[in-house]
Design a protein around this ligand. Structure first.
Ligand code: ADP
Ligand code: MG
Length: 554
């Protein structure tokens, strides 16, 4: 065939590989779930392409993943009969880092190699390149479905790889075979029992059957049957199976914080299985704010781009499977389909409801979830008008009364002062700074609770959320504080609200001196110890919003 071409890895891949090879992460088993998940993805992509081009499946319609062991040569093969890769797809997929977020993730690992970094490899998985944790050479032979050519990709993971045309007789009839030349200390991956244990632990619910061939010529044995977990009744599924499935669908390897599994019946029929991750996915703050919920039609994977959930639930991982849509669903149909709109609404409503239940039944678990995803969920307060009140009720805040804990708006209203029709807040970048703000003095003296808002998103929803249960929001850095009607705590009588003659004189003096710098100078109830503070005017934005907008305008 053609002579081998040699390619240098993209710089980021080289860095990632270096990390893999020198990984301090002890649980090397993770490479297998990565290869199996790629193999399963490839089978699902083929099933999808075959809807329009049934010939692609040819004589071999059922998907499978086969592990073959060769103890004598210390070799493990992972083979699938999925979509396969063309020459160019190989260069793109196995020579660059295509995944969004991987780069940011890598930086986190590098910043903290021994500690958190090592954990992270296990928690998120790093895809194909993790093979180099156990192998000192990896050969990938692939033949794209329908193609008359096969290609061999080969690398020792040290900076370059080669691609050559492969003998069709040696290649899979369709799909990809990955040969791992295992390192001496990784020879356990040629033991059937090791592989069986790992597959059952990590990949038991991959929706493609997995078989194993113990040695050349031996009969394949089935390890998993590829039954889709979501089609089983809830009562038949123990928690470990949900966790296993969560891990394979999300590419995260922690435990889910919330599992939502239900079947909708009636006008629209579909099954949804969704998870809130136990930690932040590393693409959570990607600017495109894309979700990752997968859409299946009659168990065929269609797309993870159908935006099955609103952006503020983009951290939810899982899938929806429905029989109400055609298999050959075009991009335009996905956008305009009323069925999908109904499914979106149903799934969103159910997830929000289950979040409410969790908040009610397990406050600690909910707080942990809120710490991870609250700043994203709050985007919904100004993006999802229909659920605004529900989302506001879910929100938890640090306040001047929360101590180490967090409080809800319902807590705030329950403990509000008699006659208090306003929810006061102070927004800023840093909790400690907020707590020390002189603006709080008058509120503290009167035991009036103030929300301390530190997420950038807070400034947006408070200005767009005119009220909660009839109470409006007001920044304490804006306009008159109007505290005179509330008595101070230590038996002080309420202030009269009018300043003495001396103060009046001083105000006149200050107005003159600061003319052009400030729009007004007033006496205020908001201070008890400090002499003066800056506030924004009643109209327009509060101080933090001004800062954010100034920052954005630069
Ligand atoms: P990810 O799966 O998140 O995309 P990986 O590093 O695991 O990242 O894989 C990179 C890419 O390599 C895949 O997106 C896919 O295009 C390609 N690939 C890997 N394994 C296979 C396979 N068995 N069959 C077809 N394509 C594959
Ligand atoms: Mg992968």
């Amino acid at each position: 065939g053609t002579p081998a071409e040699s390619h240098v890895f993209e710089a980021d891949v080289a860095r990632l590989l270096h990390m893999m090879v020198h990984s301090v992460y002890s649980d090397k088993d993770v490479f297998l779930r990565e290869l199996i998940s790629n193999a399963a993805d490839a089978c699902e992509k083929l099933r999808y392409e075959a809807i329009a081009a049934p010939d692609l499946l040819a004589q071999d319609p059922s998907s499978r993943i086969v592990l073959s062991l060769d103890e004598d040569n210390r070799r493990l093969l992972v083979e699938d009969n999925g979509i396969g890769m063309s020459h160019d797809e190989m260069i793109e997929a196995l020579g660059t880092i295509a995944r969004s977020g991987t780069r940011a993730f890598m930086e986190r690992i590098e910043a903290n190699k021994a500690g958190e970094g090592a954990q992270l490899i296990g928690q998120f998985g790093v895809g194909f390149y993790s093979s180099f944790m156990v192998a000192d050479r990896v050969d990938v032979v692939s033949r794209r479905a329908g193609s008359q050519q096969a290609w061999l990709w080969s690398s020792d993971g040290k900076g370059s790889y080669s691609i050559a045309s492969a003998d069709l007789a040696e290649a899979p009839a369709r799909g990809t075979r990955i040969a791992l030349h295992l390192m001496e200390d990784a020879k356990t991956y040629t033991s059937r029992w090791t592989l069986e244990r790992i597959v059952k632990e990590q990949s038991g619910h991959v929706p493609v059957p997995i078989t194993i061939i113990e040695k050349a010529g031996a009969e394949p044995t089935e390890l998993t049957d590829g039954t889709a977990l979501w089609t089983k009744p809830k009562s038949d599924i123990p928690p470990e199976q949900y966790t296993d499935f969560y891990r394979s669908v999300s590419g995260q390897y922690d435990d889910p914080a919330l599992t939502v599994h239900f079947r909708a019946e009636g006008r629209h029929e579909y099954t949804a299985l969704a998870f809130v991750p136990g930690s932040q996915p590393f693409d959570l703050f990607d600017p495109d704010r894309k979700g990752r919920m997968k859409l299946y039609v009659k168990r065929v994977f269609i797309t993870d781009d159908a935006e099955l959930l609103p952006r503020y639930l983009r951290f939810v991982r899982g899938l929806v499977d429905t029989a109400d849509l055609p298999l050959n669903l075009s991009r335009e149909m996905i956008q305009d389909s009323p069925t999908l709109a109904a499914i979106r609404k149903g799934v969103t409503g159910r997830i929000v409801k289950d979040l409410e239940k969790l908040a009610e039944n397990d406050a600690d678990a909910f707080l942990k979830l809120w710490d991870n995803f609250g700043s994203v969920i709050k985007e919904g307060i100004y993006e999802d008008f229909e659920r605004r009140a529900q989302l506001m009720a879910l929100a938890r805040f640090r306040t001047t009364a929360s101590g180490e804990g967090q409080r809800s708006l319902a807590d705030y209203i329950r403990d509000a002062k008699e006659g208090q029709d306003t929810i006061y807040f102070l927004a800023g970048g840093n909790l400690e700074q907020l707590k020390a703000s002189p603006q709080l003095e008058g509120f503290r003296a009167r035991s009036i609770e103030v929300l301390l808002l530190t997420d950038p998103v807070d400034s947006f929803w408070v200005t767009n959320a005119p009220e909660f249960e009839g109470k409006s929001f007001k920044s304490i850095t804006q306009g008159a504080a109007d505290l005179a009607k509330f008595a101070k705590s230590e038996g002080d009588t309420a202030a009269t609200g009018t300043a003495s003659a001396e103060v009046q004189d001083f105000i006149a003096f200050a107005r003159e001196k600061l003319a052009g710098e400030v729009s007004d100078v007033r006496s205020s109830d908001r201070l008890t110890e400090s002499a003066a503070c800056l506030v924004a005017s009643e109209q327009g934005y509060d101080r933090q919003m001004e800062r954010i907008l100034q920052g954005a305008g630069r």
